[in-house]
Design a protein around this ligand. Structure first.
Ligand code: NAD
Length: 501
C-alpha cells in the first residue's frame, strides 16, 4: 500500500535530485522490521529519457577532460568513500537487510574497482610502431563509447554498480544507473559522493524505475552500452533487446553454485566454508553455494559438521551484530519457504528446517532461518532452481567424475569450488569445469579487481566479463591510426592495395 506522507526517493539527474513526473512509486521496506520506510519514484519513459539526455549532453566535455583530471576525481571519490563507508553500509543494511559487516564487505569489493580504475592512463594506453612501412607510423588508441547504462539487482546495491561505473567513467563514458527499486538509496548516495569528489554534473545520473525505464534504456539510440546484472530470464531479455538495437551488452544472470568436497578434504574447513558461503547474506549472493556435492563416504560426517555450525548462527536485525539478516521481501521469503516445502515433498532429508520460528528475529521482519537438506537428487526443484535464499542442499555422489559431471551439466556456470588436499584432482577440476569462476579450497572465488568477474553458460550473456581488463575493453573501442607526414618521396599514383615496403 502506498502512503504519500513517506519520504520520496527521487532520481539524480544533472547533479541534482528530481521527482520526475510523479506518476508511479514503489514502497521501500526495511526487511528486518517489515516496515515501509520510504517510497521510490518509478521513472516514466520521459523521465528516463531526461536522464539519458543529461548523460549524452555531458559526454563530449567528459570525454575531452584530461586523464590526469579524471584520475584526480576518481582518487577523490575513493577517499570520500573510504572515509564515509559506514554511512553507506547503514543505508544498505536498512534497505537490503544484510548485516553491517557484510555491507562493509560489499563496499570494500566495490572500492577495489575504483582503485583499479585509478590506473586508467596505463590501462588504455595504446601501442606505437615507428616506421611500420617506410616513413609510415602506426599507433592505436582506445576511446570511450558514450552513454553507458548500468541496470543492477537488489542484492549488491553498492558493489554491483561499482563493478562498472569506475572503469566506465575513468575511460571517459557518462553514466545512467538504473538500480533495483527494492534498495534504491545507495545509488543516490553514491551519486552525491561523485558530485562532492568533483565530477561534473550530468556525468553520473541515477534513474529509478522498473521495466518501463529498462525498456527505454534498451531502445534508446543515445545509449551505447548496457551492463546488466540480475536474474537469468531478465538478463537474456536485456541482452537480446539491447543488442537488437545495436548496443554493446554484457548481461550477468543467475547462478547455481556447486561445492565439490572430495574424501581427502579437511572436513572442518569444508564445513566452515559451506556454512559461510551457503548462508552468508541469507543466501542472496550470486556466488552463494547452494549445492554441496559430497563425494563417497564423507557425507555423514560432513553433514553433521555443517549442521553443528548452522545451529550456532544468530539470525536477526543486521544492525545488531548477528550473523545473518532477513530476506529482501515477504514475497521472496515465502517463495524460498515454498522451496523448503517442495524439498520435503520430493523426498529430500531435511536436517535443519528453516521455517521454524526464530527467537532472535523480532517483529514483522522477513526472516527465514538456514535450512540444510541432505540426500537431494538432481531432479528435485531445490537442486534445479536458483532459490536465492538460505537453503543448502547436499547431493551425495560416487566419485569425482560423477560430481564433475553434475556441475558441468548444470545450465548455470557462475562460480564453483572444490575442497581437497589432492593437487592433481584440483588441477583437473580447474581445467575441466565449465564455470567462469573457480575456487580451490575457497568457497566464494570473487575475482580481484584486476581480474574480471563473470560466469559461463546461463550466468552471462555477451562476451565480456565485468571489470579488470575485460571491463576496460567493454567500455572503450579501439582505433588504429596509420600516419605519414608529407614528403616528396611519397608522391605518384598507385592504385594497388597498401602493402608494407
Ligand atoms: P531481477 O532480475 O529481478 O532485477 C534486476 C534488475 O532488472 C533490476 O534493476 C530490476 O528493476 C530490473 N527488472 C526486473 N524485472 C524486469 C523486467 N521484467 N524487465 C526489465 N527489467 C526488469 O534480479 P534481482 O532479484 O534484483 O537480483 C537477484 C538476481 O540477480 C539473482 O538471480 C542473482 O543470481 C542475480 N545476480 C547475478 C550476479 C552475477 O554476477 N551473475 C550478481 C548479482 C545478482
Amino acid at each position: 500500500m502506498q502512503t504519500t506522507s513517506l519520504q520520496t526517493i527521487g532520481h539524480w539527474i544533472n547533479g541534482t535530485t528530481t521527482a520526475g513526473d510523479g506518476g508511479r512509486f514503489a514502497d521501500v521496506t526495511n526487511p528486518a522490521t517489515g516496515k515501509v520506510t520510504s517510497r521510490v519514484a518509478l521513472a516514466s519513459k520521459a523521465t528516463t529519457e531526461e536522464g539519458i539526455a543529461a548523460a549524452a549532453a555531458a559526454f563530449p566535455g567528459w570525454r575531452d577532460t584530461s586523464l590526469a583530471r579524471r584520475v584526480q576525481i576518481l582518487f577523490a571519490f575513493r577517499e570520500l568513500l573510504n572515509a564515509r563507508k559506514g554511512e553507506l553500509a547503514a543505508i544498505i543494511t536498512a534497505e537490503h537487510g544484510k548485516v553491517l559487516d557484510d555491507a562493509l564487505g560489499e563496499i570494500a569489493r566495490g572500492q577495489e574497482v575504483v582503485e583499479f580504475a585509478c590506473g586508467i592512463p596505463h590501462l588504455i594506453k595504446g601501442g606505437y610502431t615507428e616506421n611500420a612501412s617506410t616513413k609510415v607510423d602506426v599507433h592505436s588508441v582506445r576511446q570511450p563509447l558514450g552513454v553507458a547504462a548500468i541496470i543492477s539487482p537488489f542484492n549488491f546495491p553498492a558493489m554491483v554498480p561499482m563493478w562498472f561505473f569506475p572503469v566506465a567513467l575513468a575511460a571517459g563514458n557518462t553514466i545512467v544507473l538504473k538500480p533495483s527499486e527494492k534498495d534504491p538509496t545507495a545509488a543516490n548516495w553514491l551519486a552525491a559522493l561523485w558530485k562532492e569528489a568533483g565530477l561534473p554534473d550530468g556525468v553520473f545520473n541515477v534513474v529509478h524505475g522498473d521495466k518501463e525505464s529498462v525498456d527505454t534504456i534498451l531502445d534508446s539510440p543515445e545509449v551505447s552500452s548496457v551492463s546488466f546484472v540480475g536474474s537469468t530470464p531478465i538478463a537474456k531479455y536485456v541482452y537480446e533487446r539491447g543488442t537488437a538495437s545495436g548496443k554493446r551488452v554484457q548481461a550477468l544472470g543467475g547462478a547455481k553454485n556447486h561445492m565439490l568436497v572430495l574424501p581427502d578434504a579437511d572436513l572442518d574447513l569444508a564445513a566452515d566454508a559451506a556454512v559461510n558461503a551457503g548462508f552468508g547474506a541469507a543466501g542472496e549472493r550470486c556466488m552463494a553455494i547452494s549445492a554441496l556435492i559430497a563425494v563417497d563416504s564423507i557425507a555423514d560426517e560432513l553433514v553433521a559438521k555443517i549442521a553443528e555450525r548452522t545451529h550456532t548462527l544468530r539470525i536477526g536485525d543486521g544492525t545488531r551484530g548477528c550473523d545473518m539478516g532477513p530476506l529482501i521481501t515477504a514475497a521472496h521469503r515465502d517463495k524460498v519457504a515454498g522451496y523448503i516445502d517442495a524439498g520435503i515433498e520430493s523426498g529430500a532429508t531435511v536436517v535443519i528446517d528453516g521455517r521454524k520460528p526464530n527467537p532472535d528475529a523480532e517483529g514483522e521482519g522477513f526472516f527465514l532461518n538456514p535450512t540444510l537438506f541432505d540426500n537431494v537428487t538432481p531432479e528435485m526443484s531445490i537442486y534445479q532452481d536458483e532459490i536465492f535464499g538460505p537453503v543448502l542442499s547436499v547431493v551425495r555422489v560416487d566419485g569425482f567424475d560423477e560430481g564433475m559431471k553434475l556441475i558441468n551439466s548444470n545450465p548455470y556456470g557462475n562460480g564453483t569450488a572444490i575442497f581437497t588436499n589432492d593437487g592433481g584432482a584440483a588441477r583437473r577440476f580447474e581445467n575441466e569445469v565449465t564455470v567462469g569462476m573457480v575456487g580451490i579450497n575457497v568457497p566464494i572465488p570473487v575475482p580481484m579487481a584486476y581480474y574480471s568477474f563473470g560466469g559461463w553458460k546461463n550466468s552471462l550473456f555477451g562476451d565480456t566479463h565485468a571489470y579488470g581488463s575485460e571491463g576496460v575493453h567493454f567500455f572503450t573501442r579501439g582505433k588504429v591510426v596509420t600516419s605519414r607526414w608529407l614528403d616528396p618521396s611519397h608522391g605518384g599514383l598507385n592504385l594497388g592495395f597498401p602493402t608494407n615496403s
